[in-house]
Write a protein that binds this ligand. Structure first.
Ligand code: ATP
Ligand code: MG
Length: 246
């Protein structure tokens, strides 16, 4: 990225794209991940590449859910690992969550590469490699989770998740916090808290909210969770994309 000056108007977007490319070269991200990134970029462009007010409120509600959880788990796929590994390790520390590698195109090589990558960014324990649990209603490879990880979680953060699996996790009764730039995607639609924002902005902002909220009494967190309206958040995001509304 040395040939892209930091004052280039598309710097952040180009840097993000480069990270995904590097992730593919390192065996962390699948080639399909390149396509997913392109889809996300298009929505981000229309959103003005900013965290909208409604996305910020969703990020705050997500932080409250993670702090209230008995067993929160952050699910990591190849795109997420390439884009913000250190930020996810930090969020896991702040809210006391487990990190679990969870891939749509699961291969043992890529599972191991992502787990190593997360450890290089400070993770001490990475789940997902045992795969002794199953998500009901999904075919074999895509159903695999750790029984003491996502299998046991009450709250799961699933960024950029495939729609099918997001729906299956929701059907298991888990509180699902989804980061997805497309408010019309089934993943966002099945979420308890849909966060329509770029993962690179969303994760640090959830962490910021969690740091602020962890000093608050439990009733405050419960109120934030109860007052959050998922349908209104999706509507605000779609409206921002269609009309450019702030
Ligand atoms: P479904 O409609 O079943 O949910 P999909 O077509 O959305 O499926 P994918 O293309 O695999 O399935 O999903 C990738 C999703 O991730 C897209 O909705 C895209 O907008 C989103 N996405 C991609 N990159 C980012 C990113 N950096 N931050 C947030 N969301 C992203
Ligand atoms: Mg989707």
């Amino acid at each position: 990225m040395t040939d892209i000056p930091a004052d280039h108007p598309r710097y952040e977007s180009l840097l993000t794209r480069h990270r995904i490319e590097a992730g593919v070269d390192e065996g962390i991200t699948s080639r399909q991940g390149l396509i997913a990134q392109g889809r996300g970029e298009a929505f981000d462009y229309l959103l003005g590449e900013r965290t909208t007010e409604s996305a910020d409120a969703a990020e705050r509600a997500a932080a409250a859910h993670l702090l209230l959880a008995d067993h929160p788990v952050l699910s990591i796929n190849g795109n997420v690992a390439a884009l913000c590994p250190g930020e996810l390790v930090e969020l896991a520390e702040v809210v006391g969550a487990d990190l679990e590698v969870n891939l749509f195109n699961r291969t043992e090589e890529r599972m191991a590469a992502i787990a190593d990558h997360l450890r290089e960014h400070g993770a001490t324990e990475v789940k997902g490699l045992t795969a002794d649990g199953r998500i009901p209603g999904l075919s074999h490879e895509r159903a695999k989770v750790d029984a003491d990880g996502i299998g046991d979680a009450d709250v799961v953060l699933v960024p950029l998740e495939d729609g099918d699996r997001a729906e299956a996790l929701a059907a298991m009764g888990k509180v699902e916090l989804v980061v997805d730039l497309n408010p019309m995607s089934r993943s966002a639609q099945s979420a308890t808290v849909p966060i329509v924002d770029n993962i690179v902005r969303a994760v640090p902002n959830v962490t910021r909210h969690a740091r602020e909220l962890r000093r608050r009494p439990r009733e405050d967190l419960e109120r934030i969770v109860a007052e959050f309206d998922a349908a209104a958040a999706l509507e605000a995001a779609e409206n921002a994309i269609r009309t450019g509304a702030k």
